[in-house]
Ligand binder design. Structure first.
Ligand code: FAD
Length: 373
């Protein structure tokens, strides 16, 4: 078989590049995917009970990029959806990010009002204050609030999620946790938000539906790379395994999803409920909230963080520590040297957590570079 491009991986990065090259350059592409489906981690499918589930955890699309939104809108209509997350704190479900509604839910009306006035006076309504900044506040009661949120919402959750204490992770992890001086319960405030009307997988099918694109599932690229004649490769898999782990393995955190179907219309009030302090799982997901499917029963999934072992489970989250970024940069240098033959992109090849819109933006930028080369 002879193609112009061999693309490894049919997730957002691989599918966007395949579509752009096939449509924009009129060149032939073979997409090789190790799993038995397209869509990467955004894959959705119907379970045995007929519920549309997100197999690798709930995916909500959100972006501020008109370019990315318009690009994906060529392949799907959108179901308007604003994701909401609750955290269970001492048996009370509070909104995340922690906001003024959380204060009202947790404290007496007088005390909540006092903290609210202090926050608004000090930071202004609508501000998002990183928890570490609030911790540094000279005001005693705001310092108390920061410690309270850190302990009740962040500390144990971080240990469960990463099996590391917050201080063992890059500061950027805790710096990202905001307190939102607002009553807006939406998890994201991006301009564009939604779920593909007929699901993510259908959107991927449309992206890859082109006479210049062939897709081979259930195949590791190494099984066929020698049999295919291609001019250039785009690799969206783990960069360390591409180079035979010669600089050591890049560590990831994995997840296990335990699905259950319940014979009632709804299991919980929103799509995601976090359990920072109790249980071994970190959250319970209910994707019907995202998909809007109307059926009398529902499927939920419990999310259990796990150590990652190649071949046994999936690499989900790069572990944000300095030594891991340093190891990645060794692989990046190797990748630069073979740039004429192989281009690396995507969350696994860049060893970086990307939201879906960031993966698409990265792919569109790479395509632009390919065109101008
Ligand atoms: P992937 O989707 O991982 O695709 C890479 C593909 O390459 C995979 O299908 C893999 O099987 C294949 N592959 C790897 N190696 C090989 C090989 N050797 N041979 C053949 N195929 C190979 N983003 C959001 O914007 N909103 C969310 O709500 C959100 N929720 C998330 C929840 C979870 C639990 C996780 C883990 C991620 C979430 N994301 C979310 C991020 C989103 O999943 C990523 O942005 C997206 O998957 C990145 O696409 P990708 O193509 O780079 O990687």
């Amino acid at each position: 078989m002879k193609v112009d491009w061999l693309i490894v991986g049919a997730g957002f990065t691989g599918a966007t590049l395949a579509e752009r090259i096939a449509n924009g350059l009129d060149q032939k592409v073979l997409v090789v995917e190790g799993r038995n489906h397209i869509g990467g981690n955004a894959y959705d499918c119907y379970d045995e009970q007929g519920i549309l589930i997100h197999k690798y955890g709930s995916h909500t699309f959100h972006t501020n990029s008109k370019l990315v939104w318009d690009y994906l809108s060529r392949f799907t209509q959108w179901r308007p959806y604003f994701h909401e997350v609750r955290a269970c704190v001492d048996g009370i479900k509070i909104p995340l990010p922690f906001n003024l509604n959380a204060l009202s839910a947790l404290f007496s009306p007088q005390y909540a009002q006092k903290l609210e006035s202090l926050l608004i006076r000090q930071y202004g309504f609508g501000a998002k204050i990183p928890i570490l900044k609030l911790r540094d506040s000279a005001h005693e009661e705001l310092g108390f609030l920061a410690d309270y949120i850190y302990q009740k919402v962040f500390h144990r959750y971080t240990i469960k999620q990463w099996d590391l204490k917050p201080e063992e992770l890059d500061q950027s992890v805790s710096a990202r946790v905001p307190v939102y001086v607002s009553r807006d319960n939406r998890y994201f405030q991006d301009t564009y938000q939604g779920i593909p009307l007929h699901g993510f997988t259908t959107m991927f099918q449309r992206m890859l539906d082109h006479p210049n694109i062939k897709v081979l599932l259930n195949t590791d690229y190494q099984e066929i790379a020698d049999e295919i004649r291609y001019k250039r490769m785009i690799y969206t898999g783990p960069i360390d395994s591409f180079f035979g782990n010669k600089h050591g393995q890049l560590p990831y955190r994995s997840l296990r999803f335990h699905f259950e179907t319940h014979q009632k219309e709804w299991y919980q009030e929103v799509g995601t409920v976090n359990y920072p302090n109790e249980y071994d799982f970190t959250r319970i997901l209910e994707q019907k909230h995202l998909t809007g499917q109307v059926v009398p029963h529902t499927t939920i999934s419990f999310v259990y963080p796990q150590p990652y072992s190649p071949g046994e489970n999936e690499p989900y989250y790069p572990i944000p520590r300095k030594e891991n970024s340093q190891r990645y940069s060794l692989y990046k240098q190797e990748a630069e040297q073979i740039r004429d033959q192989v281009l690396f992109a995507g969350r696994l090849a860049d060893y970086q957590y990307y939201n879906m819109d960031q993966a698409v933006a990265r792919a569109l930028t790479l395509f632009k570079q390919i065109v101008t080369e």
